[in-house]
Design a protein around this ligand. Structure first.
Ligand code: ATP
Length: 233
């Protein structure tokens, strides 16, 4: 479980997060929604230690991890999949996956096989260069690479960006299966609020760095006023 209390962060004179408090329950998908510039990416980067908070705390499974450097987070159970689906294009799918396992030391065949069974399209393409993958396959690869570290918490930044609706549904269904079967905790940042709420259990809405709603996904999706004001659908 991830608990964030009164988290504040910014860039020089710009305050991007203003006292954000939220919880992501174990074995659940918690969506973080909001318009451009609401602070979603800054929130994930601050949780994972890529960006420094100015105040507040982050607790993962009972341990305080506030300001732990990003490179130490995978060993503590946190994996961050940033926006943009960055893979090493010259390396094969399998070589990219192996890089994700380095945080745990030696990469075992079982770990690779687990990813291939979760994402069958990657199994078919394991020995081809990552450059040849489609957008959806690349998204599977970056999620698979993060899972190679066997995290308890997965932070996902805008996985649906630029993907066809059919592929978004496929990726979100895979994610849901993973959470249901393995008890993973997921914090899912999305601008695509409609799709995110269809897969999430819980939702947080950010506006100008502040939490303006925190409720079950079903309640948020049914709130017409909130949808029109902040979620764009
Ligand atoms: P988007 O969906 O566009 O990425 P977001 O909700 O993820 O938006 P952030 O990227 O976290 O929002 O941005 C929050 C605020 O911080 C915005 O006002 C943004 O302009 C500002 N900001 C983000 N990154 C930087 C930076 N590197 N330097 C200065 N200001 C930044």
């Amino acid at each position: 479980m991830l608990t964030i209390t009164e988290l504040t962060a910014g860039y020089g004179p710009i305050t991007a997060l203003r006292g954000v408090t939220l919880t992501a329950e174990q074995g659940r998908i918690t969506a973080v929604l909001g318009a451009n510039g609401a602070g979603k990416t800054t929130l994930l980067r601050t949780i994972s230690g890529l960006h420094r908070s100015t105040s507040g705390s982050v607790t993962l499974d009972g341990s305080t991890v506030t300001r732990v450097p990003a490179e130490k987070m995978p060993a503590l159970g946190m994996s961050h999949v940033p926006e943009g689906r960055g893979v090493i294009t010259e390396l094969t799918v399998e070589e990219n996956l192996r890089l994700g396992g380095l945080a745990r030391g030696r990469v075992k065949a079982d770990d690779l096989n687990r990813i291939y069974s979760l994402f069958p399209p990657l199994d078919e393409r394991r020995h081809v260069a990552a450059a040849t993958l489609s957008g959806g396959e690349r998204q599977m690869l970056v999620i698979g690479r993060a899972l190679m570290a066997r995290p308890t918490l997965l932070l996902l930044d805008e996985p649906s960006l630029g993907l066809a609706p059919r592929i978004v549904t496929q990726i979100f269904e895979l994610l849901k299966g993973l959470v249901d079967n393995e008890g993973l905790t997921v914090l899912l940042v999305e601008q695509n609020a409609r799709s995110a709420l269809s897969v999430a259990d819980h939702g947080i809405v950010l506006n100008l760095g502040q939490v303006v709603a925190d409720d079950s996904a079903a309640t948020l999706a049914a709130d017409d006023q909130l949808r029109h004001a902040y979620l764009g659908f």
